[in-house]
Design a protein around this ligand. Structure first.
Ligand code: NAD
Length: 255
């Protein structure tokens, strides 16, 4: 995987899939900008990468704030000279409150849409603008979910937002190919922990149920997902655009 000389911006880079992707891409030679909240988490991952001889910066960024997202892209370019890849990964999952649509408080619905759908739109918007301004070329990776591929999830705003991301992915792939920009979506399966894991109502039950449903027999890890993201960001994936790449231990095809 050739990432030497590439510059990547990763939202939600302070933990989980984003942090694992940052570590892997930095090992592959990329300069990494970790844009996310809380600030301390992104800063800790950046410090770890720099201590190992990599190149990383942390940029406190709330993806619900468009000015902050625009500033994160600008800070990446100021630090590393250009933007080659953007990984739109930040997400939340309100396990307890993003349920029961007929009774749902619409502020809960909006909260998830604002991070998981509009946050990715903001990230793609400003990444595209920068990639076009610097002469074209570049790769965007959108982190969706296998929840976008079935109706099974009880978290209705979450799965609706993740489904919308697949449409956004197709739009960018078709309309920005003329600028040499690729866009792909990764659909992770059920990992050992999800966003907002401390709110999950039944972690043990989920583990047991998923281990039976997943043909490979285990929940995934962030490190299982990071290589697919890093590959799609790299020139090795130069003919891949508009794709939906499922990494789920086989659970989606086991229905
Ligand atoms: N873990 C899973 O089982 C799973 C499965 C499918 C998809 N995903 C998706 O993968 C992505 C990463 O999730 P994860 O599993 O690494 O969980 P995570 O909670 O470790 O990562 C999400 C990151 O986004 C950050 N974030 C939340 N709100 C933000 C905001 N407003 N602005 C900026 N950053 C914000 C969090 O602080 C965190 O660092 C998410 O989009 C999630 O929906 C996860």
């Amino acid at each position: 995987m050739e990432l030497e000389g590439k510059t990547v911006l990763i939202t939600g880079g302070g933990s989980g899939i984003g942090a694992a992707t940052a570590r892997l891409m930095a090992e592959g030679g990329a300069a990494v900008a970790l844009a996310g909240i809380p600030e301390a988490e992104a800063a800790a991952v950046a410090a770890e990468i720099n201590a190992k001889g990599g190149r990383a910066i942390a940029i406190p960024t709330d993806v619900t704030d468009e000015a902050a997202v625009e500033a994160a892209v600008a800070a990446t370019v100021a630090a590393f000279g250009r933007l080659d890849c953007a990984v739109a990964n930040a997400g939340i999952q309100r396990h307890k409150t993003d349920v029961n649509l007929p009774e749902m408080d619409m502020t809960e619905w909006e909260r998830t849409q604002d991070v998981n759908l509009r946050g990715v739109v903001r990230t793609c918007k400003h990444a595209l603008a920068q990639m076009i301004a610097q002469g074209g070329g570049g790769s965007i990776v959108i982190v969706s979910s296998i929840t976008a591929l079935s109706g099974r999830s009880g978290n209705v705003s979450y799965m609706t937002a993740k489904s919308g991301l697949l449409g956004l992915n197709r739009h960018i792939a078709v309309h920005y190919a003329k600028h040499g920009i690729r866009c792909n979506a990764v659909c992770p399966g059920a990992l050992e922990q999800t966003p907002d894991w401390d709110e999950h109502p039944n972690p043990a039950g989920r583990k047991e149920m998923m281990e039976q449903a997943i043909p490979l027999g285990r929940l995934g890890t962030s490190e299982d997902i990071a290589p697919m993201i890093a590959f799609l960001a790299s020139d090795g994936a130069s003919y891949a655009t508009g794709g939906q790449f499922v990494v789920d231990g086989g659970v989606t095809v086991n229905a």
